[in-house]
Design a protein around this ligand. Structure first.
Ligand SMILES: OC[C@H]1O[C@H](O[C@H]2O[C@H](CO)[C@@H](O)[C@H](O)[C@H]2O)[C@H](O)[C@@H](O)[C@@H]1O
Ligand SMILES: [Ca+2]
Length: 581
């Protein structure tokens, strides 16, 4: 495979807002490329495919944990926060990865599961065996399992309680997730210091940011639900202040599976900022809901809710990731509808969600895959892709837990899908060999050879998005339509004029969720009389009429991104001093 990557000068472009303009790509080291042929993906393998990621248009990688770990929760069970799991590589290889990514102007975000450790961590082993020793108070120990009754269980498939009795210390320890993942005791200043030291350790190695895993759960309180308690926010504020002071330009990303207002709290305020980015959990299931219900009302409702966030904050939007498609942020009625549509086999469910990949969820429909991506790439915030979804990889629901959608990346139709040269029996997980998604058909090499493949389409849409900073930096206004299957919004940006193409711009985005073609009148009164031009092909569309309406015909499950004409915008640009949204 060869990629005609653009020639760039080594080093990162200076841009304090880089995370608002970036396309992110979640890459699991274990699953991407096996560089040394032992059956497991590794850092060396990832380094060898940076060229591919740059060609695709990726600006930043999000790397789930690759620390020392017994791997009982995909690496989110860390047994040493300052070591790389030997089967993944070494610290030196990680340094090389950072350097080589930066040479391609790509940044690296590391996952940081700071809420808990593995029970194999030395801190826990010492804590359980020596309660009076230096680590005795590193975890949340109690004599009963009755405290914190308001704290819900997250892994409902496997856990019956958030407390587990430890036969060594003869006390219960608290855990939000698996019983082999004891929660750290954030009340202990020594624990807080360890977390700061760990953050500094990785930032000193050059990483561009940290995804704060399970961030709402750091502190518990007797009466609260243990989600976003005030001391948790105070702790993040201190972390952010340290980063702004000592590591400007590096970012914090909040993983908080909560409602918009609660998640927005993790951005902090202008005076006391917390995270630069936060994943937008409520919007994601509503995209899937709209695709099957053929209605846009749920998306319109959530997009119309205004949540005040600091001016530098950015949402991280996504369709899928390494976890189940979580349904925690929908009502029970809608959850049942989603299970009916997307998880008709009970094996497809996991906790409160669905453990399937994007293409199988959308029944491999090219129209739906394009529509879903078009929404992802035009919503406010920065898009996060999940490795393999750009080629429409399948899943394997006969594998345990979320491994269903963590199988080896499919590079070629050759042995082990080009992922590894190991004996196939030695792979950490088997490659996908299902009827529809077999690596013989679904792989990067084959899609590179087809100009109309999903891979080329995704790359094209990424590049169109990147040519219009409006998508990353602009505001969004939902517009009225007269069709229940249509969603329309306008993205507007005043432009800073500081970068090439960073100009004032308005873009009308219209989506059709119906499984049939529709005609709909979109009301954009602010833009009466303006021309509309397709962002992809440059085709001219009917003008917005004098009343501010435009009637559009959309094919089955299709969309338009239309640039709104010049006259008014140019006048406004002259009047503006520009730069801010
Ligand atoms: O480290 C434990 C888990 O932490 C993250 O969890 C998140 O995923 C859960 C679903 O799998 C979700 O319900 C929860 O709200 C999140 O915090 C991480 O992404 C998981 O992989 C990990 O198991
Ligand atoms: Ca390997």
């Amino acid at each position: 495979m060869s990629f005609t990557a653009p020639i760039t000068l080594p080093g990162l472009a200076l841009d304090p807002q880089w995370y608002r303009r970036s396309v992110f790509y979640e890459v699991m080291v274990r699953s991407f490329v096996d560089g040394n042929g032992d059956g497991t993906g590794d850092l060396g393998g990832l380094i060898s495919r940076l060229e591919y990621l740059q060609w695709l248009g990726v600006d930043a990688l999000w790397m789930p944990p690759f620390y020392q770990s017994p791997l009982r929760d995909g690496g989110y069970d860390v047994s040493d926060f300052k070591a790389v799991l030997p089967e993944f590589g070494t610290l030196d290889e990680f340094r090389e990865l950072v350097r080589k990514a930066h040479e391609r102007n790509m940044r690296i975000i590391m996952d940081f599961p700071l809420n808990h450790t593995s029970d194999a961590h030395d801190w826990f082993q010492q804590s359980r065996s020596d309660p009076e020793g230096p680590y005795g108070d590193y975890y949340v120990w109690r004599d009963t399992d009755e405290e914190y009754p308001n704290i819900r269980i997250i892994f409902v498939d496997t856990e019956e309680s958030n407390w587990t009795f430890d036969p060594v210390r003869r006390q219960f320890f608290f855990h939000r997730f698996f019983s082999h993942q004891p929660d750290l005791n954030f009340e202990n200043p020594a624990v807080q210091q360890e977390i700061f030291d760990t953050v500094r350790f990785w930032l000193d190695l050059g990483v561009d940011g940290l995804r704060l895993d399970a961030i709402p759960y750091l502190f518990e309180s007797p009466d609260g639900n243990g989600e976003g308690e005030p001391p948790t926010h105070e702790f993040i504020q201190r972390l952010r202040a340290m980063m702004d002071r000592d590591y400007p330009g590096r970012i914090l990303v909040a993983e908080a599976n909560q409602w918009p207002r609660e998640v927005a709290a993790f951005f902090g305020t202008e005076e006391d900022p917390e995270c630069h980015m936060a994943f937008d959990f409520p919007i994601m299931p509503r995209i899937f809901y709209s695709l099957r219900s053929q209605t846009s009302n749920e998306l319109i409702k959530i997009l119309s809710e205004t949540t005040d966030v600091p001016s530098s904050a950015a949402w991280g939007v996504f369709l899928r990731n390494h976890d189940e498609l979580t349904l925690e942020m929908v009502s029970e009625e809608y959850r049942q509808a989603m299970y009916g549509w997307y998880a008709y086999d009970p094996r497809m469910r996991s906790n409160i969600g669905i453990r399937r990949r994007l293409a199988p969820l959308l029944d491999n429909s090219r129209a739906e895959l394009e529509l879903a991506h078009a929404i992802l790439f035009s919503l406010p915030g920065s898009p996060f892709l999940y490795y393999g979804d750009e080629i429409g990889m399948g899943d394997n629901i006969w594998l345990a837990d979320r491994d269903a959608s963590r199988t080896p990346m499919q590079w070629t139709p050759d042995r082990n899908a080009g992922f590894s040269s190991a004996d196939p029996g030695k792979l950490f997980l088997p490659v996908i060999q299902s009827l529809v998604y077999h690596y013989g058909q679904v792989n990067v090499e084959a899609q590179l050879a087809q100009s109309r493949s999903l891979l080329h389409w995704v790359r094209n849409v990424i590049h169109v998005r990147k040519a219009h900073p409006t998508f990353g930096l602009g505001t969004m206004h939902v517009q009225t339509t007269d069709h229940e299957s249509a969603l329309a919004f306008v993205r507007s940006y005043k432009g800073s004029g500081q970068h090439f193409g960073d100009q004032p711009e308005d873009i009308l985005c219209v989506f059709n969720f119906s499984h049939n073609p529709i005609s709909t009148t979109v009301s954009v009164p602010e833009f009466a009389g303006e021309e509309l031009t397709d962002l992809f092909g440059g085709g001219q569309f009917p003008k917005v009429d004098a009343e501010g309406n435009v009637t559009l015909t959309l094919g089955t499950q299709s969309f338009y991104w239309l640039k709104i004409g010049n006259a008014r915008r140019l006048a406004r640009a002259t009047a503006d001093d520009g730069g801010q949204i």
